[in-house]
Design a protein. Structure first.
Length: 169
């Protein structure tokens, strides 16, 4: 396998990120709450990337293999309020072809190495309860399950649970 390169996303990544989300949104049994008609435009994605770039307590990363986007991760402090400014939420997705090949771990390791430099102490994430592979990866990277949100995600006529996981740095 070629080397995985993780770097901070730039506005030049907007089109590849939108294409990534479009691919994920139509994947059968996908574990992200995103419908195909909810995907942003390239211009909207560029704006989001600019917001991340301007914040000292937020980062968006992309993972590339042979110059092609294989996954992405965002981490952002939840609030500027002093009482919770040390808390961030994390979200990640990996293309189907690159799952279980180290892409998610590489993204997580990069984000977790950066987080303390931004004054972050607690990282939270939400994961579909059925996504055993992701849960296993998160646990291997030091995250613990803190709770379950029952019937939180609607998928057609079904309601799915998700888990709240966190890691203290």
């Amino acid at each position: 396998m070629s080397a995985i390169r993780v770097r901070v996303a730039t506005p030049g990544d907007a089109a590849a990120l939108v294409a990534h989300l479009e691919e994920l949104a139509v994947e059968p049994g996908i574990n992200i709450p995103l419908a195909p008609d909810e995907i942003m435009t390239v211009e909207q994605e560029k704006s989001i990337l600019a917001d991340f770039a301007s914040s000292p307590r937020a980062r968006m990363y992309v993972a590339e293999v042979d110059g092609t986007l294989a996954g992405e991760l965002s981490i952002r402090a939840i609030s500027p309020r002093r009482a919770v400014q040390h808390v961030a939420t994390l979200g990640m997705s990996v293309k189907q072809a690159w799952r279980r090949r180290g892409v998610g771990r590489a993204l997580l390791e990069e984000a977790l190495a950066w987080a303390p430099t931004a004054g972050l102490k607690r990282i939270e994430l939400y994961v579909y309860a059925r996504n055993a592979a992701a849960i296993q990866l998160y646990e291997q990277c030091g995250f613990a399950i803190e709770g379950k949100r029952r019937a939180f995600i609607r998928e057609g006529d079904d309601y799915l649970d998700d888990l709240v996981m966190a890691r203290i740095l």
